[in-house]
Design a protein around this ligand. Sequence first.
Ligand code: MG
Length: 278
Amino acid sequence: MHGPDATLDSDQNVSGGRWTPGDHILWRYRAHPAPGTAGAAGRPGGTHDGPRAPGGPADGHHSPNGHGGHDADAPREAGLLGRTVAVCRPVTVVRDDAETLAVWVAPDTECVRPVLADGTELHREPLATRYTKPHRPLRTRWFGAGVLKLARPGEPWSVWLFWEVDWTFRSFYVNLEAPRVRWAGGVDSEDHYLDLVVHPDRSWEWRDEDEFAAAQRAGLMSASRAAAVRDAGRRAVDAIGAWGPPFSAGWELWRPDPKWTVPLLPADWDRTPARLSS
Ligand code: MG
């Protein structure tokens, strides 16, 4: 384990240590910059949000948000980490090496995700106002089966594995997001709304096109940012077609260590790494 908030490294250029399997870290997504600020598209709107599970957990409510900047592939650490934390998931490290960061979101983990200020679930709010009304964080338990998240350094997506509660493998989910920034307590990213679902037979489809469009209309993502995200998605489609790792790596057969405990959500789940605090 690492000391609290001591260092910050882009996962494209890891200079610090690595986590050990069994370590508890935070997998977080920052809010998108408010419209009108640098990096935003400059339209009216609120702050964050995120898509849903692929027909999955009613709450497991994935993703989150945010962004700013221009190149979807470039971690803009100061810009990213200066923003509000919209989603926080305490996870257990499965593997952390030069190729892959793998983490497990255990069933029933207490997590944070955004809801509207009045408590309305985002997926129940019409798209026209889903991203323009103010959001607030909600602490809530991860519902349903757990999720394994796999990320390769520098890649603008992470690949999630979903199973049924009886461990029948259901699908891969490619969550388009900013390359993760590592800090002492975990990794931070921003969700890019658009996703891909990959079925066990290797067929795939885009997901959450409607949310991707709504986020652009709400001014949370400029046209150039959106184009970069779509381009990243096309590269993910190429990776699916090539069927290399992580799809071919047998992760469907992976199971969590039964001795692991469910990680706890810390009181300061939204903390900013010390080095970036002003
Ligand atoms: Mg997503």
